[in-house]
Write a protein that binds this ligand. Structure first.
Ligand SMILES: [Zn+2]
Length: 404
């Protein structure tokens, strides 16, 4: 590619990205509005939107304006034609979803995993599940915009390799992206499960209106994703937003990260169970047992829940003070058990921040429930479509060529 065609390609990529983002943000928009919002000429808008309709990314919707002979045509993302794949591999299960372009899950399948399962076996099972779903849905490679993977971090994103994820021993330094790409025959985008969960909100949930938020996921561990001006931040070592490792008890329990008294050691599911049972027999208890004991009024369970909530409230207050977000979103496997305490949590956090912004403290429940990080994996594909649409569409065309 010479310098001139390289430059023209760059211009087209950036124009397409502007148009798609505008349609995503406004949900539906006329061509005239697109000209006004993007500053591109009406000729350019006509050409670009024609291309996007042809590949099935956009559809036209005719609205009556009430005036005889007047009609208004709006453009929207087309949820019918192209699909995205989201794969979430966790410590206790994996989930594969197919979503449309607006983040709706069309089909999903989940299977339990045990610590004894080797990465190769897990990836073989994931790939078999995906083949079954796409065959059931009658999807061809040219119907699929791409695939994303969500998996516990920390990881080397450049290499697509996991580093030393806690409680995930057989995956240490495993080249998961390369191995999954080889099985699926397609490129894979990946990130850690807390960040993909945040990205699900960024593209398909609260993030459409609020581009600054903190996502906190609580389950076997505690993780976070910080979205600032629509970007999920990584940091120099990929540790940005690792909220589970904020020290809440300086003399507390030893954490996987090497520090003591991290929030994760207190407020995750294993942390709660260990404190409730004082270490004795904790491994045989489940979080259902714990909340059943709370319901029955067992004093030790009640005290343990109270301290869990207190630590959570003070940490969330810290997050509001440190990141100053539009809102904070809570999710993860533990969250459904805590959801009924949300009004209390909100009130305590409000009472602990600067009075001048108390009325703006907003804490919400995650939008996609148990499938948050699988939908988030699919949203990696959506994000790359919004940022680098030409690359994504060219990959799709080369699939069509292979299929023909
Ligand atoms: Zn830690």
């Amino acid at each position: 590619m010479n310098a001139k065609s390289g430059y023209l390609r760059q211009v087209k990529q950036s124009n397409l990205s502007q148009v798609l983002k505008c349609i995503w943000r406004m949900e539906q928009v006329s061509r005239i509005e697109l000209v006004e919002k993007t500053g591109l000429t009406s000729g350019t808008i006509t050409n670009l939107t024609q291309d996007l309709i042809k590949v099935g990314l956009l559809r036209e919707e005719e609205l009556s304006t009430g005036h005889v002979g007047r009609r208004r045509v709006n453009l929207r993302l087309n949820p019918k034609r192209l699909k995205m794949i989201g794969i979430d591999i966790g410590r206790t299960s994996y989930e594969v979803v197919i979503t449309d372009l607006v983040g709706q899950t069309l089909r999903s399948t989940e299977r339990p995993l045990s610590a004894a399962d080797k990465p190769e076996q897990v990836l073989d099972a994931v790939s078999a599940s995906l083949k079954r779903i796409t065959a059931d849905m009658g999807l061809q490679p040219s119907d699929l915009l791409g695939a994303g993977l969500s998996i516990p971090g920390p990881m080397n994103l450049q290499e697509g390799t996991l580093l030393v994820p806690p409680n995930f021993a057989s995956w240490e330094y495993y080249p998961v992206r390369r191995e999954l790409e080889a099985r699926l025959g397609m490129d894979i985008l990946m990130n850690d499960d807390a960040r993909t969960s945040a990205l699900a909100e960024r593209w398909f949930g609260y993030g459409r209106k609020d581009p600054n938020f903190v996502y906190v996921t609580m389950g076997q561990g505690i993780g976070g994703g910080i979205v600032s001006d629509g970007e999920v931040l990584q940091g120099s070592n990929g540790l940005y937003g690792q909220v589970g490792h904020i020290t809440v008890m300086p003399d507390g329990e030893l954490c996987e990260c090497g520090n003591t008294g991290c929030w994760e050691t207190v407020g995750s599911i294993p942390g709660i169970l260990r404190r409730w049972a004082h270490g004795a027999g904790a491994e045989r208890k489940t979080i259902d047992d714990f909340f059943a004991a709370v319901k029955e009024g067992e004093p030790r369970a009640e005290r343990c829940l109270e301290s869990t909530l207190k630590v959570m409230e003070s940490t969330l207050t810290t997050l509001f003070n440190v990141y100053d977000p539009d809102l904070l979103i809570l999710g993860g496997k533990l969250y459904p058990y805590l959801q009924s305490y949300l009004p209390r949590i909100q009130n305590h956090v409000k009472a602990s921040v600067y009075p001048f912004f108390q009325h703006r403290v907003r804490i919400e429940s995650a939008s996609f429930g148990a499938s948050q990080s699988a939908v988030g994996a699919a949203s990696l594909v959506f994000g790359s479509l919004m940022e680098r649409p030409l690359d994504v569409l060219e990959a799709l065309r080369s699939d069509e060529g292979e299929g023909a």
